[in-house]
Write a protein that binds this ligand. Structure first.
Ligand code: FES
Length: 142
């Protein structure tokens, strides 16, 4: 094989691998949970556990009366955490991937309990109490 041809082929393979890694990384960073639309009744939002697919650790709950979605995280089969997706730094929306919750505005990061992992945000995300009864998770937004 000619040297020039070998270098050209090697570069093509490397570029392809780099592009593949970038796309995977980008897809991972942009992963979002399933959106579940549910309205608040008496300051409570209900979500059926069947909304969670076996491989999903969270869903996003959207109610017309809320300015931000609520991330409902499955901690275990009997425990769920509800977090308001509003950054505590400057109130911008936050997003989630499979590893963490992040704010693209200034780079704050939070875990799925709402705890700050990375500043500039210094306050944890707002959480709501949840209850599980007969396969229905109730989020108390009062
Ligand atoms: S608004 Fe989220 S980090 Fe600044």
């Amino acid at each position: 094989m000619e040297r020039r041809h070998f270098i050209k082929q090697s570069c093509t393979v490397c570029m392809g691998l780099m592009a593949g890694v970038s796309v995977v990384t980008l897809m991972d960073a942009c992963a979002t949970g399933k959106i579940v639309k549910s309205e608040a009744v008496n300051n409570q939002i209900s979500v059926n556990v069947s909304e969670f697919k076996p491989e999903q650790s969270f869903v996003l709950v959207r109610a017309s009366t809320l300015n931000f979605d609520i991330l409902l995280h499955k901690d275990s089969d009997t425990s769920y955490t509800a977090l308001l997706m509003q950054c505590t730094h400057y109130d911008n929306p936050v997003f989630a991937n499979n590893k963490e919750i992040f704010c693209p505005s200034h780079g704050s990061k939070f875990d799925f309990s709402g705890k700050v992992l990375k500043e500039p945000a210094t306050q944890n995300l707002k959480t709501y109490k949840t209850e599980l009864n007969n396969s229905v998770i109730t989020i108390n937004i009062a």
